[in-house]
Each structure stands twice: as C-alpha cells, then as structure tokens.
Design a protein around this ligand. Structure first.
Ligand SMILES: [Zn+2]
Ligand SMILES: [Zn+2]
Length: 336
C-alpha cells in the first residue's frame, strides 16, 4: 500500500528537536501474532553497564509495566528499575488539546534523570503531541537518554474497536525498542524492516518487524556498554542539563566528567560554559584555560576566553559562550 505523502511522524526521535520528515513508501504489512513474544534476534547477549528506569506517568496496566521491564531485561540486558507512578507535571498538559506535550515531558524527565541510570523510559496512557505533529506514539532524544511512550493511540478502543491485548502489547514493544533505540543514538533508519524506521501512523507501526537492523543493533549494544557514571555518559547528561538551563546540576555533572577524564579538553570547555552560565566567572576562566592548554586547536575555548577577556560578562554574553560540537548549545541541537 502506498501511504499518503504528507503523513505526520508519530514515532520520532527528537533529533535535537528537529522535525522529522514523513515519506511515502511501500509498506509491507506483517501479521500481528496472537500471543506476543520478544523476538529471539533481539535478546541481549550480555549485561548492560547500568540499569534502565521505567517511569509510569499516571496509571498503567500491570501487563504494560511488566512488558516494559521484560524489554529492559531481555532486549538490553539491563536491570529494570520500575518507579512508582508519577503524576505528569501540570505544565506539560495542554488543556485545549487534551494532550501531553512530549517536549515538556522530556524536559521533566531530564530534570529527574537519576545520575546512575543508563537511560529512562516513561509510559503514559494519555494522548501526546510534539511540535508540528498532532500526535505521537513515542518521543525520544538522541543524546539525553530519555524517552516517553504513549499507549493512548496504540489501544484498539481509541479507534472504537474491541481490545486486542496481543496486538496492543506488540505495539508497545515496538514503541519501546524504537524509542530506547533513539536514546542509544540511533536516528531513523531506512534499512528494510528495521524497527528504527520512521513511523507516521498506526499502519506503519503495525508493519514494523520489531527488529533492529545490524547497524542499529551494533550502535545500541555499543551504547548500552557505557557505564552511567563514566565520563562520556556524565558529559552527555551535562549537555542535556545545560539545554534545560539546570546550571547547578550541569556544573556538578560536567565536573564529574572532567575529573574522570582530566585530559579531555571538550569536557573542560563545557564545564566552563556551565560555570559561566551559573555566574562563576573565575571558575569558567580556569576551565577554558585548561581546555585551551589541552587542545590548542579547539576553537571554542579560545572564543570563550575572548568573551571573558572583554571584562564582566553580561548574562546575554554568557549565553553566547560556545559549547563543543558534540556537547550542547543554548538552543536546539542538531541531530546526528
Ligand atoms: Zn523515531
Ligand atoms: Zn536500522
């Protein structure tokens, strides 16, 4: 079946909150199984380096939470830390639309991200939308290690049909591995049958095989081996906190990254930016100088030092301090 050309993207990675392109393509339909089981090819061959947190946003059915933990354990080899249900922040609820704002939810999840966690996935039964899209089944970030999935439009009753538990659980499974795939740095993928394919509507979701292609599998396995408290993981979290303007926590997390890998100029530079935005000019100066000594070829530390050399840095100038290309800027970041 050829889908319409201007469908909305319903399962997406917020690739730095980039709007993702919907495409017309031939869609193979895969019959839904009567009973759902995790495909053998998706089972982890070894343990992950850290736990994955599952956060119910409001009331979810036990079977849904059980499946989420089963996916965490069997697909990613991670310990599942199932949280008590959390009420979504009122600011994320958009009353005129009667929907949750997925971007606001991701921000809320970053703010509450446990520092010893590999990644965090939240599940809600409420309807959810994202910028430019009337609804989404799921939403994840390529660098922030957080994602959220909505059951609302994956349930048959939404379409006025009788419930079909195996089909709905299969959809939840696909949405979970798609979104967790985004948190492992996978963008949308055009490899035939890959579960990281862009999803525009329910028929596309139902047509996914539920498997990662070899490249998406390789990247996911690789990312899951990074320990949550390793410098690179803390650096990534520090970038997410900077984007969220959580400067105190960004300083703490980026200092941990810089202490863990003191020869890394990129970590020093972004620590300097976090310090500057927090108002610690002297600390920022020292961090930028360390970064420049370590990597004289890196442009950002020199640029940031020149900002400081102008004298007192006004708040709007602190905003222009440059993070490294792989770090985080004050505005939306670009996708991979
Ligand atoms: Zn996606
Ligand atoms: Zn793929």
């Amino acid at each position: 079946m050829i889908r319409r050309a201007f469908a909305w993207t319903a399962l997406c990675g917020a690739a730095g909150y980039a709007v993702l392109r919907a495409q017309a393509r031939e869609q193979r339909t895969v019959p839904s199984p009567e009973t759902f089981t995790i495909p053998q090819e998706m089972r982890a061959s070894g343990p992950a380096a850290g736990p994955i947190d599952v956060v119910p946003l409001g009331g979810l059915r036990q079977a849904e939470l059980d499946l989420a933990c089963q996916v965490v354990t069997e697909v990613y080899g991670a310990r599942c830390r199932l949280h008590e249900p959390v009420v979504p922040p009122p600011a994320a609820w958009v009353r005129p639309r009667a929907q949750l704002d997925a971007d606001a939810l991701l921000g809320f999840l970053v703010d509450h991200f446990p520092e010893d966690s590999s990644r965090l996935i939240a599940i809600t039964d409420q309807d959810m939308f994202a910028a430019g899209r009337p609804y989404v089944f799921g939403y994840g970030h390529l660098r922030d290690r957080v994602a959220v999935v909505s059951m609302h439009r994956m349930e048959e009753r939404y379409y006025g049909r009788r419930p079909r538990a195996p089909l709905e659980m299969t959809r939840l499974y696909k949405a979970l591995v798609h979104e967790l795939g985004h948190t492992a740095g996978n963008p949308h993928c055009s490899a035939p049958g890959c579960v990281m394919r862009e999803v525009a509507d329910l028929s596309v979701l139902d047509g996914l095989t539920g498997l990662y292609c070899p490249e998406c599998m390789r990247r996911t396995r690789c990312e899951l081996r990074v320990a949550p408290l390793a410098p690179e993981a803390q650096f990534s979290l520090g970038g997410a906190l900077l984007r969220r303007r959580s400067f105190d926590r960004a300083v703490m997390v980026l200092a941990r990254a810089a202490n863990g890998d003191p020869r890394n100029a990129i970590y020093q530079n972004d620590l300097g930016v976090a310090l500057l935005r927090r108002g610690d000019r002297r600390g920022a100066l020292a961090a930028f100088q360390r970064a420049r000594r370590l990597r004289p070829d890196l442009p950002q530390p020199g640029y940031n030092l020149r900002l400081l050399e102008r004298g007192i840095v006004a708040p709007w100038e602190a905003e222009t301090a440059e993070t490294t290309a792989t770090g985080s800027g004050p505005g939306p970041s670009s996708g991979r």
